[in-house]
Design a protein around this ligand. Sequence first.
Ligand SMILES: Cc1cc2nc3c(=O)[nH]c(=O)nc-3n(C[C@H](O)[C@H](O)[C@H](O)COP(=O)(O)OP(=O)(O)OC[C@H]3O[C@@H](n4cnc5c(N)ncnc54)[C@H](O)[C@@H]3O)c2cc1C
Length: 451
Amino acid sequence: MDLNVRSPCRQRERVVVIGAGVAGLSCAKKLMAEEKGRFDVTVLEARERIGGRVSTCDGLEEGANWIHEYVKANPLFELAGQAGMEGVFGDRYSIRVLKGKRRYFFDPGNRLGKALKKIDDIVDSQKVTVDAGSGAVPRISVEQMTEEAAREHCSPDIFSIVMAVLLEIQKQDWAKEPGAVSFQGINAGGVYSFREFGGEDYFIINGMARLIDKLSEGIGVRTGARVVEAAPCNQGVKVSYLFEGKINEILAAHVVSTLPLGVLQSGACSMPLTDRKKLALSRLKMGTAMKIIMQFDKPYWDAGEKSAFWIIIGEERANHVFFNLHKVSEKINTLVGWAVGDEALALEKLQEKEVRSRFLAVLQRHFPECVGENLKDFRIVTWDKDPLTGGAYTHIPLGVSPEEIDVLARPIGRLHFAGEHTSEYLGTLHGAFLSGERAAREIMKESPQSF
Ligand SMILES: Cc1cc2nc3c(=O)[nH]c(=O)nc-3n(C[C@H](O)[C@H](O)[C@H](O)COP(=O)(O)OP(=O)(O)OC[C@H]3O[C@@H](n4cnc5c(N)ncnc54)[C@H](O)[C@@H]3O)c2cc1C
């Protein structure tokens, strides 16, 4: 065991960061860049790769898709520029809906697209005040607020279709049915707003792996190192991790956990959590997401659909959502089925071949040549079965206060917490990034520059 909280080299203070996702890497980067030579930073990552929920495989995103609100104020804007990343803007309102024999085309410039954006913006700008004194959290869901806005501001002739599409988009935003997501959670006096910085969402061409490469430059990450315990002691925090079949120990002056909410909830890593933190962990939830990646030998969807980013096929049982990656991936002729919430949970119970048949059958009804023989590649990616994540991303369930997020962010002595679930911008890449920087600042403050 390495028992020295200061590394031999220049007596630097040792910091261990658990997890090499966006939060862990941004924390390490900030500690190393702004306090040159002051901290000896080690990142321990259980997977054999870095990036966490950012995972680009074969030009396709298995995890995060967009940088939301791609403007200067977004901390990822500069980084993406440095990484030379290029992308496509504004696909949130570029949607085709196929429902039986009916087709609806949503484009940012047409009546349906404008109505969609208007209601989306109105919902976003609403504020619901949480009465801090009483501690009571009004039970207002995202769906309820959306319906109220749509009833007031949407023409009756397009109300149903605009409402249906908006709820579908919001379901993707939270990986959970919007009726089960607290509206206060997304917008309680500025606690969380999906469009805080302004600007459109940006889909990176051929994937975000380069963002992770840029962020991790110069950072020492030990991959394949699964942390099993972080135990505060007199000198700092003792971290135990499994590496190549053996338990290793390292003593650090400060530790930052970026373990995802699902991992913290599972108890897979032992930590002395306060009762209040345990309560917050039991109240917050991660949604479920599944990606069904389908590459065909040709694009069998017609020209109209080719230019749209989303294709929603409406059925009695459930909508089926596909992302059309025509403009954004070198993996051409690809549709990515995207199931979230209850639908994803139901699909997880099926065998891979059943999911494949179901998605092919849905597509075939509208595009007859989308059949198995024309499929070149088929893959399913799930996140909530992954023990190193335990879900897709965090939301605040109906009736739960946004304060729980702050509780999760609070340090316990020299054990600090970061990750999207500790950020006011929960569920996002920029939220994860900012939470890592916040944890780094906590350490800098705690550790005066006396050596
Ligand atoms: C399908 C999907 C789509 C998404 N789409 C978007 C999007 O379009 N835009 C957006 O902004 N956000 C999106 N997100 C959310 C975004 O990916 C996350 O908010 C962000 O990546 C979280 O970063 P993080 O560092 O907090 O957590 P993670 O990326 O999960 O990093 C935590 C790290 O800890 C590691 N770890 C776990 N247990 C241990 C252990 N015991 N020891 C050591 N290491 C451990 C994990 O392997 C992981 O690398 C999406 C997420 C998913 C799953």
